[in-house]
Write a protein that binds this ligand. Structure first.
Ligand SMILES: [Zn+2]
Length: 293
């Protein structure tokens, strides 16, 4: 049977144009056509599917990506912009809840803007931080315009304050965490110093990201990289964590020599400690292990 009776002419032409397998050219394998090395990458797939988003240097996602905060906060802000946070309105839309009403104030439907701006606590947070001349506009902008006006350094709400975009996204994130804690976590303790806590975190992120050498210029990401110590030296990296409610602490770390070879202390619970104490215990355990190197 001839293929011409089964396939359209343009398909037959493409098949005819394909070179047959040739041992001199290597093994014939499948490859991803949108990357030069023929390997699949999420970036190239996204570029094929959404070319305009990547081409536009001012797209909202690029602006969010340029913020010097934790990745989880950037992803959170992306969910905000996409209006897919699981608020009661969104849960109702997905048939997961019979009502979209806010269960904290019982006054309005709980959509993204209500959680982050309209409910009683968010409103008081922003009222304490914004000048009276800006507050009415801040409270009236539609969601996407509202976010952009706050995360662009010269946006109408950030007013040229270079610190404001970080403060804004950190406080939005904390307000969402608070909402989820109050509604879903029976042991959640609502902290009265949310604003002070948010401002402190914002400073820590700014200083920490700069100290780690992380640069998120638009379109360019330079990831922090571990470097070997000088010859004859070892480098210790340790970390610890504390559950602020239960007080349980755990810590661990690694020691690496100038060749990058490492010995490590596995993460282990070390009782009830503060964060600094857990970190110091990890460092002490690592120093104790130095004799094994
Ligand atoms: Zn409410």
């Amino acid at each position: 049977m001839r293929l011409s009776s089964l396939l359209p002419k343009q398909v037959l032409k493409r098949i005819t144009a394909l070179p047959p397998p040739n041992p001199a050219l290597g093994t014939d394998t499948l490859g991803w056509r949108w990357e030069e090395n023929k390997r699949f990458s999420t970036r190239s797939a996204y570029r094929v599917l959404c070319p305009r988003v990547l081409e536009n240097p001012h797209s909202s996602w690029r602006i969010i990506w340029a913020l010097q905060v934790l990745q989880r906060i950037r992803v959170f802000m992306w969910l905000v912009m996409r209006e897919v946070l699981l608020t009661n309105v969104e849960r109702t839309r997905r048939h997961l809840s019979p009502s979209g009403i806010c269960r904290l104030c019982n006054r309005e439907d709980e959509d993204v803007l209500h959680v982050l701006r309209g409910c009683q606590r968010p409103r008081s947070v922003w009222l304490s931080l914004l000048p009276p001349s800006v507050f009415p506009m801040f409270m009236s902008l539609p969601l996407k315009e509202w976010v952009l006006a706050n995360i662009i350094p010269h946006g109408s709400c950030s007013r040229g304050d270079p610190e404001w975009p970080i403060r804004f996204v950190v406080l939005c994130w904390l307000l969402w965490k608070r909402r989820c804690g109050l509604l879903l976590d029976v042991g959640y303790v609502d902290r009265s110093d949310l604003v002070a806590h948010g401002l402190k975190l914002a400073v820590e992120f700014t200083v920490g990201m700069k100290g780690a050498g992380v640069s998120h210029d638009l379109g360019t990401v330079v990831a922090p990289k571990w470097t070997c110590p000088n010859p004859g030296w070892v480098k210790i990296n340790a970390d610890g964590a504390v559950d602020s409610r239960e007080g349980d602490a755990a810590a661990g770390g690694v020691i690496r020599d100038d060749g990058g070879h490492c010995s490590h202390v596995p993460g282990a619970p070390i009782g009830s400690e503060t964060f600094v104490e857990s970190l110091l215990k990890a460092v002490a355990a690592l120093l104790h292990n130095l004799s094994d190197l």
